[in-house]
Ligand binder design. Structure first.
Ligand SMILES: NC(=O)c1ccc[n+]([C@@H]2O[C@H](COP(=O)([O-])OP(=O)(O)OC[C@H]3O[C@@H](n4cnc5c(N)ncnc54)[C@H](OP(=O)(O)O)[C@@H]3O)[C@@H](O)[C@H]2O)c1
Length: 279
């Protein structure tokens, strides 16, 4: 099949941003509404539209719970009834922490359903219309932890590595149809996500102390991290670049860390990331 050297740049159509009630998703939705030279119909999601007290002007908010397959199906149906999606930012996510030994099965299943399978389900439902339209951009929001693993974050690291894998592999499949898939890996971003993180640890157990050390550093890094708006800029680049790259990143010294990881032994990189979190 013919691989187009450059991708068409979407300028209108429906732009879907999952998890737009706060943080990165809200910043992306707002940036898309205000993007000069475009006329996107921006649709953001939350599990509970009634809880949105301060809606973003120009962004329609629909219900989506990625843990519920029937919610994903009806959300996709609502989108396709409105028209053809030209942008899909798979951003919603749960942040989870805990020693591998102590992670409950139901927490793992919920995390993978939210961060991975739910977004894949949604993408599968919207992709046919995008493919038939001959253009579209999909951005998988992973995490730099998906590239640089951190102790006591194994479930989250694995979910973000999984969504990256889907994005990287499927990229070549859809390119002949004018569709670009890219992965965005935020570093530490100041969105308040720390307060919403789910934690599974026995504080008095064998991992309690080191977990606590890691978590304090993690929370401190996030509260001094770059803004959601900075991440939104990179996500918009993934949407608008004619020569879309496979991976975009922002925060946590991404422009230094990625090149360094191509030089340093993997073991050293892992040590550096753990040290940065007090381990
Ligand atoms: N902040 C960081 O430092 C950081 C770093 C790396 C990667 N990331 C990733 O960036 C993305 C956005 O993070 P953020 O910091 O902006 O977090 P956030 O402010 O907590 O936003 C998370 C969004 O996901 C939605 N959400 C959560 N569970 C959901 C579910 N089961 N179904 C549907 N939607 C759900 C939430 O919506 P409702 O609660 O309204 O339903 C919310 O809008 C996530 O994928 C996160 O893993 C963040």
């Amino acid at each position: 099949m013919l691989i187009p050297p450059v991708l068409p740049v979407p300028r209108d159509g429906i732009a879907v941003v999952t998890g737009a009630s706060s943080g990165i998703g809200a910043a992306v939705a707002e940036a898309l509404v205000n993007l000069p030279g475009t006329r996107f119909r921006v649709i953001g999601t939350t599990r509970d539209p009634a809880s949105i007290t301060n809606p973003i002007e120009g962004v329609e908010c629909l219900a989506l719970d990625l843990t519920d397959p029937s919610s994903i199906a009806s959300f996709a149906h609502e989108i396709l009834e409105r028209g053809v999606p030209s942008v899909l930012v798979n951003n919603a996510g749960e942040s989870q922490a805990g020693p591998l030994e102590e992670l409950p099965r139901e927490a793992l299943e919920r995390l993978f359903q939210t961060n991975v399978l739910g977004h894949i389900d949604l993408t599968q439902r919207l992709l046919p219309a995008m493919r038939e339209a001959g253009e579209g951009r999909i951005v998988m929001v992973g995490s730099m932890l998906g590239s640089f693993p951190l102790a006591f974050r194994s479930s989250y690291v694995a979910s973000k590595a999984a969504i990256k894998g889907f994005g990287f592999a499927a990229r070549r499949e859809v390119r002949p149809f004018g569709i670009g898939i890219a992965v965005m890996e935020p570093g530490s971003i100041n969105t308040g996500l720390s307060q919403r993180r789910t934690k599974y640890v026995d504080a008095d157990g064998p991992y309690g102390r080191e977990f606590d050390t890691m978590l304090r550093r993690l929370d401190a890094n996030e509260s001094s991290g770059v803004s959601a708006e900075r991440v939104a800029e990179e996500i918009l680049a993934a949407v608008l670049d004619k020569r879309q790259k496979p991976l975009y990143a922002a925060g946590s010294l991404a422009p230094v860390v990625f090149p360094l990881s191509r030089i340093l032994p993997r073991e050293t990189m892992h040590r550096v990331i753990n040290r940065r979190h007090g381990l």
